[in-house]
Design a protein around this ligand. Structure first.
Ligand code: ADP
Ligand code: TRP
Length: 320
């Protein structure tokens, strides 16, 4: 089974990225032939400073490895080290109806938030389809917000296969139902764009401060509180055992425990959860050559898989 996913190097990775995409991807590396990449071409739609882009790529590489991506099991590479994907993206764009792209929420959301409406931002899902199809991917682990892009990918692959014959494998998304939408500090989906994130590897003090700023109602300390839909409980559930969650829910209902104390408990649990990964990250930060070697070797393996697919697609449409 070929498993593939990508993540953009457009800022520090957060707890939503971890539970929505990284953790499932890391688990899947034991179940098939996994390909994971850093989507730097995609990030050019939002990151316009070359030095910042390079630093972000390095950070994502270190952070993903620290979280448990094992380069002996998974192929880990930079998207741009396999430039064949941009050629495939062009071939796919010639079968992609404008309607597919006009429907995509992500372009609308980003331009409504003031981002420039470039062709790259609009055509983003076609490049993503090329990422997926060029490696004959079968399973794509992503968070809920990428579901529509996966549907577009399937539709584009079917269009191409209809016109030119069975060139592409039709992929499936793998979206975990329990953790696919991690809430941020304000209760909206946790996202860089909403400024409501908890970083996986933030410093201790600012992370505690962020968690203490989680939005709650104004129920006084002594009064019973409703755990249903509480951001504190929803985040705690990601890192605590069932018993610990049950205890927190009982403390909510009983009254006598203030939101401040409950948030402290959440902070401790989150901080402890990522502690082993923080230690691994320190080691990786001290070994930049190792990280670079992992990405280079990954790119070689990825290229070897991409070239035959691109050849197949070129031949099918009459390019030689
Ligand atoms: P952001 O919204 O912060 O810009 P990205 O769009 O770069 O995050 O998402 C990278 C990956 O992490 C995607 O697979 C996405 O589905 C997943 N992801 C992002 N935010 C969340 C969240 N709050 N809950 C679950 N998964 C998420
Ligand atoms: N669009 C994805 C995101 O923002 C990143 C991505 C690019 C991706 N290409 C991909 C994810 C291919 C899965 C498969 O999170």
């Amino acid at each position: 089974m070929r498993i593939l996913s990508g993540i953009q190097p457009s800022g520090r990775l957060h707890v939503g990225n971890y539970f929505g995409m990284m953790e499932p991807a890391i688990r899947l590396q034991n179940e098939g032939e996994a390909f994971y990449f850093i989507a730097d071409y995609h990030s050019l739609t939002t990151v316009h400073d070359p030095a910042e882009l390079r630093a972000n790529v390095r950070d994502v590489a270190v952070d993903f490895l620290a979280c448990g991506l094992d380069p002996n099991k998974a192929t880990f590479f930079r998207q741009s080290d396999v430039p064949e994907v941009t050629e495939l993206s062009w071939l796919l764009s010639t079968v992609t109806p404008m309607g597919f792209l006009k429907r995509c929420h992500s372009f609308k959301d980003k331009t409504e938030r003031g981002m420039e409406a470039t062709h790259g931002l609009f055509a983003y899902p076609v490049l993503m389809a090329a990422d997926i199809l060029i490696y004959d991917s079968e399973v794509v682990p992503v968070g809920e917000d990428q579901k529509q892009h996966l549907e577009v990918t399937r539709d584009i692959a079917l269009k191409f296969n209809n016109r030119y014959g069975e060139v592409f494998v039709i992929p499936k998304s793998r979206i975990r139902d329990d953790k696919a939408k991690v809430p941020g500090l304000d209760g909206q989906k946790m996202s860089k764009s909403y400024g409501n994130t908890i970083e996986i590897f933030g410093e201790q003090k600012p992370t505690r401060k962020k968690i203490m700023s989680i939005v709650t109602d104004s129920t006084p300390v002594e009064a019973p509180k409703n755990p249903e839909g509480s951001i504190i409980v929803d985040l705690y559930r990601l890192v605590a055992s069932e018993d610990e969650v049950a205890t927190m829910e009982t403390d909510f209902r009983a009254g006598g425990t203030g939101y401040g104390d409950l948030k402290k408990r959440l902070f401790e649990a989150l901080w402890d959860h990522f502690e082993p990964m923080r230690q691994r990250r320190e080691e990786l930060l001290a070994a930049p050559d190792y990280v670079e070697t992992v990405l280079r070797e990954g790119a070689e393996r990825a290229s070897a898989s991409a070239r035959p697919t691109l050849e197949r697609a070129r031949k099918a449409c009459g390019i030689r």
